[in-house]
Design a protein around this ligand. Structure first.
Ligand SMILES: Cc1cn([C@H]2C[C@H](O)[C@@H](COP(=O)(O)OP(=O)(O)OP(=O)(O)O)O2)c(=O)[nH]c1=O
Length: 209
């Protein structure tokens, strides 16, 4: 048995620990990692049930999602595995990725002119140990007209994005104010992620092919 915290580590387990696997289908997460000079050796999306449990709080939900994605991929892939989950929270309501244009428009009507939270949880698994971070950002969209919502939804940028908008795209024009981490809203908090990864030996220098 080898220890993830030191002790005698065989050459092969050391090589496994250096292999970096991104457990995500999100193109944003690959781009954000590239921004800090980290390229995964493999990208293996996790296929898990993303339904919230009855009575589950948004924080508990987003943390569970990241942990389950990471665990699902770590069960089949060696190395350091990173997964994340981003969820928009309006009051106690969890807004995931809209299923269609009508739902996206409904989310934007709900978010228009009010503050909401964007929670991103990150889990990094290495050597059987999971490390977690949760970053909570507050965003306020300005009051949106029906015509603005219709035009944005028709453009399709809402697809695959929690809450039905992407702060990094045309919907950036809707953001009146935010407090927290921009990269977390886009899908991965870069400060927390770089600290977690470097604790597992993944740095810009080691994560190159
Ligand atoms: C709020 C917001 C979310 N998003 C995106 C980030 C995530 O990709 C997505 C939320 O869905 P997630 O379930 O977090 O991620 P995903 O399904 O895209 O990928 P995977 O689970 O395989 O990692 O919303 C933006 O790109 N910009 C934003 O402003």
């Amino acid at each position: 048995m080898t220890s993830a915290r030191g002790g005698s580590i065989t050459a092969s387990s050391k090589a496994d620990r250096q292999r970096f696997v991104l457990a995500s289908a999100s193109p944003r997460r690959i781009e954000l990692l590239a921004q800090i000079g980290i390229a995964p050796h493999a990208v293996v999306p996790a296929d898990i049930d993303e339904s919230p449990r009855k009575g589950e709080s948004p924080r508990a939900y987003v943390a569970r999602m990241a942990a389950e994605k990471a665990a699902a991929v770590a069960a089949v892939e060696p190395g350091v595995v990173l997964a994340a989950d981003t969820t928009v929270v309006a009051g106690r309501r969890i807004l995931g990725k809209p299923v269609d244009a009508a739902e996206a428009a409904g989310f934007l009507r709900l978010l228009s002119g009010r503050r909401h939270r964007v929670m991103t949880a990150v889990t990094v698994m290495a050597g059987g140990r999971a490390r977690h971070r949760l970053v909570d950002t507050v965003v306020r969209l300005r009051q949106l007209s029906d015509a603005e919502i219709a035009a944005y939804v028709a453009g399709g940028d809402w697809r695959g994005k929690a809450g039905g908008y992407g702060i990094q795209g045309p919907a950036g024009a809707f953001v009146a104010w935010m407090q927290g981490s921009f990269s977390a809203v886009v899908g991965l908090p870069l400060s927390e992620t770089s600290v977690l990864l470097s604790a597992c030996g993944i740095t810009p220098a080691t994560a190159k092919e």
